[in-house]
Design a protein around this ligand. Structure first.
Ligand code: ZN
Length: 195
């Protein structure tokens, strides 16, 4: 179990679709523990996909309680998730991403989704999820497909955020947590003094 660095969104691993988990090997169990440890350590995120810590596997951890302003989900683990249905009703909410520091923008998502996933015992579940948890699940699920939330921007918003994204690509930002940058270099986190 360990807190591990988070990959910059411009690192190629974040653009590669992940592979399905076939069985709960020790390696997968360690990956899940590392995801939890890292998510709770960084604390300003509500979800983490395995490829964000450099692991090419379809695993997501979420805890919307970390948002602090809503009644949260508590820990949610999704192995091999598949979104079976997206509602036509849409919601718009501000999103951020631990792999995309300092970028917070409105994104339009489905209000309700139907999702299939496997739990820690590799038992299948099919659930209908709505509200903030559904938004977070869509964000994290996109990671597993190699998609990032700025892919959903309108052409105008893309233009407006171009300079910021270019800074992020070059690693010109500070985070409280360790990162692996676009070119594979390691950057030590610098926690705020008052944390
Ligand atoms: Zn993200």
């Amino acid at each position: 179990m360990a807190v591990v660095p988070i990959y910059n969104c411009f690192n190629p691993i974040l653009r590669k679709p992940t592979l399905e988990v076939e069985s709960l090997t020790d390696e997968i169990k360690e990956l899940i523990n590392n995801l939890w440890d890292t998510l709770y350590h960084v604390s300003n995120g509500v979800g983490l996909a395995a490829n964000q810590i450099g692991a090419d596997k379809s695993v997501i951890v979420i805890d919307t309680s970390l948002n602090g302003t809503i009644e949260g989900s508590g820990p949610v683990l999704l192995i091999n998730p598949e979104i079976l249905h997206y509602s036509e009703e849409l919601v718009m909410d501000k999103e951020g991403c631990l792999s995309i520091p300092e970028l917070y923008e409105d994104v339009v998502r489905s209000e309700t989704i139907k999702i299939k996933y496997y739990d820690i015992e590799m038992k299948e579940h099919i659930e209908v999820i709505d509200g903030y948890l559904a938004v977070v699940m869509q964000h994290e699920y996109d990671h597993l497909q190699g998609k990032l939330f700025f892919d959903l921007f309108t052409p105008l918003k893309r233009t407006l955020t171009k300079a910021k994204l270019s800074k992020i690509a070059k690693g010109r930002f500070k985070t409280a947590y360790d990162m692996i940058q676009a070119d594979g270099t390691f950057t030590k986190g610098e926690p705020d003094e008052d944390d």
